[in-house]
Design a protein around this ligand. Sequence first.
Ligand code: FMN
Length: 176
Amino acid sequence: MLKAGDEMELLDIIKARRSVRNYTGARVANEHIDKILEAGRWAPSGLNNQPWRFAVVKKEETKREIANATKYSSVVLGADVLVAVFLDRSVMYDRTKDVQAIGACIQNMLLEAHSLGLGACWLGQILANRDKVEKLLSASPNLELMAVIAIGHPTSASQTSRRKGLDELVFLWEEA
Ligand SMILES: Cc1cc2nc3c(=O)[nH]c(=O)nc-3n(C[C@H](O)[C@H](O)[C@H](O)COP(=O)(O)O)c2cc1C
């Protein structure tokens, strides 16, 4: 269990993570890819059905083909490794909850990448060409592409980002 003191540290990690779209070109160690996938694997899922499946892409040729499927081609081409995340429809029990679980899985992976000093970006626009990517990765028919995560060593210090204030987000806060 996390102690109360550890909680702040996790919040700091969550707040410092940014979408990183520029990479140095240095290799990402397999050991780090393993850790990122491991973080994804330990995400929560409804009924613990673990509906996520992964394809790890490193070959330049495959990256080029994937780049052709998105307007974020420069992110795909610059990344050292891509992790394509799929929903396994054969274990699906409730589409909304299964997709939510995939989101948790992806966020875990982004946070792990960040904590390893790597930069990562969740690419969703590529879903406009979902069929094309599924085909070129030879995904079985039960696998539905949910996102591609681009990962590499970041070129520069992270950018800033903004979030709505809690005053805009919390519409009810009852005290006992
Ligand atoms: C579902 C989803 C889809 C996204 N798709 C893309 C994308 O296609 N291309 C991209 O550059 N960023 C994409 N992003 C990253 C967002 O633009 C980014 O998370 C947001 O602007 C907040 O910035 P931050 O991640 O640096 O805090 C996506 C994020 C999510 C959660």
